[in-house]
Design a protein around this ligand. Structure first.
Ligand code: N01
Length: 478
């Protein structure tokens, strides 16, 4: 999603030579990889889209993953990006040598580039649980992000492990389609009721005829989500409102014991808030059990919990999330002085203003460390970061510099301010989540998304080591 965003901006700016390298055989990133039943984006489609490519035809207020994937493919075609994309190319290493990035793929082929930009996503590497006996299971098992379409789930006993956004969407979609469903819940989740409805044909026609209507819709939802994000970064009435809505929603669960089982003991938003209008209905079905006893091991017939009970299953689905901190990995980056990314990030991923790294010239990241990823539209974040990167590329094309990288001092200063703000956020209020780094500190943006956009509106050249030498030659030959 973010790579295509930047590619479109490069194309619009008339940059003649750029290449997008993609290891898979199709574009779409997370919307290509995730195909599980019930997958929807919980950010409204009128906002979860590129502002430069509004789509009047979204079928729903919250669209399906398949529809978003198709939208991204359409953007690729409509903006003439296909010719710039090389599919099936997995980058293994990139090294900055003699003023250029030498980018090596898994076949050993090397491409040279003046700028290297990574758009490798945050939730990319599925995590499988470390449960004894998993390999002994006689049925079918797979991770939610590697959905197995060859297995028919009707009339099957399905066990779902995990109750994050994925688990909630999966259970809502599967409950009515399978013989029996066991949901293994280690920690309950707060669920904000978010309704979904189809877009009526009149709205689609109005959107298509009046683009300003779509722009207004985009701006309105963006504002609402920005307001929501303040609930996450500081205490106040917004946080109280979110908590009240979640607590009231719990009363959709009629059975007191089940309601108690589903009630978290941490603040809403501490773990990534789940948005669902149907999850509580699904778990109250006769054929669904919420299992809270810890999983002891797996045996051929199913899952055995710590109380010795066997929960028989034909299919095991791991909705157990992703390694959110493996930015860019296993790719290796090597700076001009031989410093590697592995060395720089030994204590966790740190960046300058979410987009750059000291010691790595002409290198930028989309969705880099501490990008605002808490329940906001990542498309809007990708656009703000892409616009910023385009400012640097445009300055380079005008011959203003040859290489630029943030200074270690400016990066340290930014990270000090960031770390000072993190303890006040809801993510640091006491729960385990994928937002937390290995040091237990949240690896997310502790201010508003507007503050992120404002920060990136300027290049802050004073924070960079800027080399002005040989650029003019390159521009003359471009
Ligand atoms: O993963 P998660 P996800 N035994 O990490 C449990 C985005 N997203 O795929 O809480 C038992 O949130 C774990 O339990 P616990 C969104 O940003 C967006 O659901 O650690 N359980 C947890 O319940 C989201 O946050 C959409 O105790 C185990 C679950 O697995 C992110 O993706 C849709 C376990 C993992 O939850 C990731 O969501 C879907 C074990 N060994 C996803 N290991 C949109 O709509 C883990 N768990 C935009």
């Amino acid at each position: 999603m973010s790579g295509i965003c930047l590619a479109a901006k490069l194309k619009h700016a008339g940059v003649p030579t750029f290449t997008v390298l993609e290891k898979a055989t199709d574009v779409g990133g997370t919307w290509r990889d995730n195909r599980y039943p019930g997958l929807r984006c919980d950010v409204p489609s009128a906002f979860y889209q590129y502002s430069f490519h509004p789509n009047p035809d979204w079928s729903h207020w919250l669209s399906s993953g398949a529809q978003i994937h198709n939208y991204i493919r359409t953007v690729v075609d409509d903006h003439g990006l296909r010719e710039h994309i090389q599919l099936g190319v997995e980058v293994t290493c990139a090294e900055f040598v003699n003023g250029v990035w030498r980018v090596q793929d898994s076949t050993g082929t090397v491409r040279e580039a003046d700028f290297l930009i990574t758009a490798t996503g945050v939730l990319h590497h599925p995590v499988l649980p470390d449960i004894p006996g998993l390999d002994d299971f006689a049925g079918t098992k797979f991770h939610s992000a590697r959905w197995n379409d060859t297995v028919s789930l009707a009339d099957k006993r399905v066990a779902v492990i995990g109750t994050g956004s994925t688990g909630a969407q999966l259970v809502t979609a599967l409950a009515g389609r399978v013989a029996h469903l066991d949901l293994f819940q280690r920690t309950p989740q707060w669920i904000l009721p978010l309704p979904n409805w189809p877009t009526d044909p009149l709205t689609k026609r109005l959107r298509a005829r009046m683009p300003w209507l779509m722009a207004a819709e985009y701006a309105l939802i963006k504002r609402a989500f920005a307001l929501f994000s303040t609930a996450l970064i500081s205490p106040g009435w917004q946080r109280w409102l979110v908590e009240s809505l979640c607590r009231a929603h719990l009363y959709a669960v009629r059975n007191r014991e089940l309601r108690r089982t589903l009630t978290p003991d941490y603040q809403p938003g501490c773990k990534r808030l789940v948005m669902s209008g149907g999850f509580y209905r699904a778990v109250q079905r006769r054929n669904v059990d919420v299992v809270t006893t810890a999983i002891a091991h797996v045996e051929p017939r199913g899952i055995v919990t710590a109380d010795g009970r066997l929960h028989e299953a034909d299919v095991l689905v791991f909705a157990t999330g992703f390694d959110a901190h493996a930015y860019l990995r296993p790719m290796e980056l090597i700076g001009p002085d031989g410093t590697t990314l592995a060395e720089v990030w030994r204590d966790g991923p740190r960046a300058y203003r979410t987009i750059a790294l000291p010691g790595f010239p002409n290198f930028f990241m989309l969705m880099g460390p501490h990008s605002p990823i808490g329940n906001f539209s990542l498309v809007a974040i990708a656009e703000a970061q892409s616009d910023h990167i385009m400012k640097w590329i445009s300055a380079w094309r005008q011959g203003w510099f040859s290489t630029a990288a943030p200074t270690a001092e400016s990066t340290a200063k930014y990270n000090t301010e960031l770390r000072r703000a993190l303890p006040g956020t809801v993510w640091a209020s006491g729960c385990a989540s994928w937002y937390l780094g290995t040091d237990g500190s949240p690896e997310v943006w502790p201010w508003t998304p507007q503050a992120h956009a404002r920060m990136l509106a300027d290049r802050h050249v004073e924070d960079f080591h800027v080399d002005t030498e040989p650029s003019a030659v390159k521009v003359a030959t471009e």
